[in-house]
Design a protein. Structure first.
Length: 125
């Protein structure tokens, strides 16, 4: 039996669309639809920066090797820990990675097997 892939849906829409959507949800005029993106970006360029080839490789490394600490990830990836911290905080802000804290230890976790991107063409919320 095949396991079902966990998917993070990313949406791309204008800042005006996202603002109107957020206000409509806050006022109770709109609800988040099933299957709707969980994470939103305002441009394809910003998605491309966050999901660059090196960053996708880093996500796969985290997902497959499950490092116990940031130091372990730095050793596995060959990247400096300070650089990893900055990159992973950005990815955490977009829900691509989770930084699980236990005491002073931070363990990066990727809960997704796949990312799907939905581009919003219409401006109506």
């Amino acid at each position: 039996m095949a396991t079902r892939a966990t998917v993070l849906k990313i949406g791309i829409a204008s800042a005006a669309f996202l603002k109107a959507r957020t206000i409509a949800i806050a006022r109770g005029k709109q609800k988040r639809r099933p299957g709707e993106p969980r994470v939103w970006f305002t441009s394809l360029n910003s998605v491309a920066q966050v999901l660059s080839e090196p960053n996708r490789a880093l996500l796969e490394l985290i997902r497959s090797s499950k490092p116990a600490t940031m130091t372990d990830l730095a050793e596995l990836s060959g990247r400096k820990e300070s650089n990893l911290s900055r990159t992973l905080r950005t990815m955490e802000n977009y829900g691509l990675v989770r930084l699980a804290k236990t005491g002073r230890t931070v363990r990066p976790v990727v809960d997704w097997d796949k990312v799907e991107i939905e581009v919003q063409l219409a401006e109506a919320a």
